[in-house]
Design a protein around this ligand. Structure first.
Ligand SMILES: [Zn+2]
Length: 417
């Protein structure tokens, strides 16, 4: 049989690739109701070179792509402060990361990044991957080789010898080795540092509430990160680990399940961000989808969820709760990120606080509060158009998303995917 090999026209290939690149044409969004954490008003919004150039009553006087949004709500793109791009929701994470090749994980992480963006999340903080794959995906997005959300990534999770996530993390022992581990992540291009203060739900041979890195090790890692002006995030379920992380001066506590009143008050007083990752726990406990997991894992999820429900009651308006899903963990799929906002409301936050958790609060945690998280002149044009006001119904991000604009490019309208 004669096989006909299709000749690839180089020009076609290049133009196809260019199609993936951010749209550099100016964009005028007319008549939208602008909704961000601080204000709500009707205006036109002009975007130039990926930045919000002007907000007001604007006439298009130069070539510009126009979106008539008079019946729509314009919000900042969502920020998810806790995802794992290389993970795909598989129930057996240990097997999954040990058997998938780096090439497979790169393809999966790329697809997950695209799916995340398609669903309205324009920035993610990747909280730990394998072999720095997710940093390469970040770089590919930054160079416009692939579409995706803005990605900040921690590189390898720093854990104790034999500790939680050791199969992909960087095992460290002693303060000096923790400092070395921090420098390794920075050398490989990490944007911030992730340390494991306690065990976790998915490493069954360690106690999920038990201490992993010691107080001294955490303090050394955080101190080393600060030397390089890097932020630190601590994974912590149990109370002792949460306290150690607070004492070490981390910028954020991930999960924080068993925080007591005093711990929440200390987080609030010292401005430490808290990412409760409710969706990861709920998906494990969902009878329809999580029942393939071990009894032990589900029991850990149940006790953590009961504890975090209690802990959230100690929050005040000044507690900095940031939205994070832990997307990629069992049955917790990328692209479903905005469900976390619905859960935060279900667990006691008001709609406005939930909205802030994925916009202004999250942007501040990332150190990007003057660039993203608000619809303001001079801010990056990472925007969403919705049919319903999310402050009336937070499910709007999931149920009535019409358009995702990333760096000034309307992705769905132009069928970038
Ligand atoms: Zn995580």
């Amino acid at each position: 049989m004669v096989q006909i090999i299709q000749k690839v026209n180089l020009q076609d290939a290049i133009s196809h690739l260019m199609h993936l690149a951010p749209n550099k044409k100016n964009l005028l969004i007319t008549g939208a109701t602008v909704v961000d954490a601080y204000s709500e008003y009707q205006a036109d919004v002009l975007v130039e070179d990926g930045t919000i150039k002007q907000i007001g009553d604007i006439d298009a006087n130069s070539p510009v792509e126009i979106i008539n949004a008079s019946a729509l709500y314009l919000t900042p793109g969502l920020i998810d402060c806790h995802v794992h791009l290389i993970l795909n929701g598989s129930p057996n994470i240990v097997d999954y990361v040990q058997t998938k090749s780096d090439s497979e994980l790169t393809a999966i992480a790329t697809a997950n990044a695209i799916r995340t963006l398609q669903n309205g999340v324009t920035t993610v903080r990747d909280m730990g991957g394998k072999n720095f794959i997710e940093l390469k995906v970040r770089d590919a997005v930054n160079s416009s080789a692939i579409p995706g959300p803005r990605i900040l990534a921690s590189g390898k999770m720093i854990t104790s010898i034999g500790g939680h996530v050791r199969y992909i993390g960087r095992e460290a022992h002693g303060a000096e080795d923790c400092r070395r581990a921090v420098r390794e992540q920075i050398e490989n291009g990490a944007d911030f540092i992730k340390v494991m203060a306690t065990g976790g739900l998915l490493t069954e041979d360690v106690e999920h509430e038990g201490i992993e890195l010691t107080a001294e090790e955490l303090a050394a890692a955080v101190d080393e990160a600060k030397k390089y002006e890097m932020k630190s995030a601590a994974h912590a379920h149990g109370l002792a680990g949460i306290k150690n992380a607070i004492n070490a001066g981390v910028d954020s506590i991930e999960h924080g399940s068993f925080a007591n009143k005093e711990a929440v008050e200390r987080m609030t007083a010292s401005g430490i961000f808290w990412i409760p990752t409710l969706k990861s726990l709920r998906d494990i406990l969902d009878d329809d989808i999580g029942s393939n997991l071990s009894k032990d894992c589900r029991q850990r999820a149940r006790s953590s969820l009961n504890a975090v429900r209690k802990a959230l009651k100690y929050c005040t308006k000044n507690t900095k709760i940031a939205c994070g899903t832990d997307a990629g963990t069992p049955y917790n799929y990328h692209g479903e990120n905005s469900i976390e906002l619905e859960l935060l409301v279900e667990y006691g936050l008001d709609t406005h606080q939930a909205f802030e958790s994925a916009t202004t609060t999250a942007a501040n945690l990332l150190g990007l509060g003057s660039r993203i998280g608000l619809v303001r002149e001079g801010y990056d044009a990472d925007l969403l158009l919705l049919r319903k006001n999310p402050l009336d119904d937070i499910r709007s991000f999931r149920k009535s998303l019409v358009e995702v604009i990333r760096s000034g490019s309307p992705l769905l309208k132009n069928k970038i995917y």
